[in-house]
Design a protein around this ligand. Structure first.
Ligand SMILES: Nc1nc2c(ncn2[C@@H]2O[C@H](COP(=O)(O)OP(=O)(O)OP(=O)(O)O)[C@@H](O)[C@H]2O)c(=O)[nH]1
Length: 308
């Protein structure tokens, strides 16, 4: 009987001793430990062209995660904060697996082709990006058909046709003013009957706030039933890119983003802002004007650059 009591006493004193050691070895992070560091991070993010709204949300997330958590006494809070920031940025930029477009297109050969719709306002590099994706697919052995469904902007068809010829991929064009949805439809039929495995559909981008454009895009989506709706934004346009991402996402839904001209943007904050605004994966980065200048997005690399 006393044996049991002794055991219980031993256990209790062990527990207390562990508690004392714990208190001596660890301490709790208080809001005032974090504030100066978080203020600096906010400034750094904004200086890297991360939109204020996104930067504030990231900082708030880091604060929430760390306040009240325990760190070893003597461990610098800076290191813990930096790690939490890295994790928060990665979670934002790497929300899940990104599609393997060439692999998916290959799996469709002989059946309904993989249909990819490209969205974005004029001047973001959409035409060049479609050419780059066509080049990438062709190199991977799954030559796509390009659908020149921007029948509104004078020159859009010719520009795309010139790229298609250089790369060596077929293009289906529409007359100026023709129904873009019917151009997309014809291109899909053409691809299917000739055994092409993918169709890349260009769309008009005259003005993202133009409601006719939104209706037109919705019709193209209904008719072509795309597997992916990829938004093209220009990294140099900062807040405009964020606004465009929201508008296109609300209008037709965006599955993934390609950010162009990152070669001219050493900071890369737009990537974070856009990812925060629509919570959709970034698929590729445009890194130059050549057809080869399309890189699969590497979240780790972008986070390293932001934290440099
Ligand atoms: N440096 C750099 N330039 C790019 C990149 N992507 C596109 N460009 C250039 O940006 C300019 C506009 O590209 P386009 O493809 O014509 O743009 P768009 O969105 O089709 O615009 P519109 O032709 O006005 O409809 C061209 O001079 C491209 O060469 C990129 O990743 N890096």
């Amino acid at each position: 009987m006393f044996g049991r009591l002794r055991e219980a006493l031993n256990r209790a004193s062990e527990h207390i001793a562990r508690g004392i050691i714990d208190t001596l070895a660890y301490r709790e992070i208080k809001p005032e430990d974090l504030q100066p560091l978080l203020d600096d991070i906010l400034l750094d993010l904004v200086e890297s062209d991360v939109a204020l709204e996104a930067a504030e949300a990231i900082v708030a997330g880091v604060r929430e995660e760390l306040v009240g958590s325990r760190i070893r006494r003597g461990e610098p809070v800076e290191r813990v904060v930096r790690e939490a920031l890295r994790k928060a940025l990665l979670a934002l930029l790497d929300p899940g697996p990104r599609p393997d477009l060439a692999g998916e297109a290959r799996a469709r050969c002989g059946g309904r082709p993989l249909v990819i719709l490209f969205l974005g306002v004029n001047g973001t590099g959409k035409t060049t990006t479609i050419a780059k994706v066509a080049y990438m697919l062709r190199k991977a052995g799954v030559t796509p058909v390009i659908a020149a469904a921007d029948t509104f902007r004078a020159g859009a068809q010719e520009q795309l046709a010139a790229h298609a010829e250089k790369i060596g991929v077929p293009i289906v064009r529409g007359r100026y003013g023709a129904d873009p949805a019917s151009v997309a439809y014809d291109a899909i039929k053409h691809a299917q009957s000739r055994g092409f495995c993918a169709v890349l559909v260009d769309t008009a981008g005259r003005m993202h706030v133009d409601s006719n454009l939104v209706e037109e895009l919705r019709k193209i989506v209904r008719v072509s039933n795309p597997d992916y709706k990829i938004l093209v934004v220009d990294s140099l346009t900062g807040n405009d890119a964020v606004e465009q991402a929201r508008l296109f996402n609300e209008a037709v839904g965006v599955d993934g983003v390609i950010v162009t001209k990152v070669d001219a943007d050493p900071k890369g904050g737009t990537l974070v802002s856009v990812a925060h605004a629509i919570r959709k994966p970034i698929l590729y980065l445009g890194t130059g004007q050549g057809y080869e200048d399309l890189e699969p997005f590497d979240p780790q690399k972008t986070v390293n650059r932001l934290l440099e």
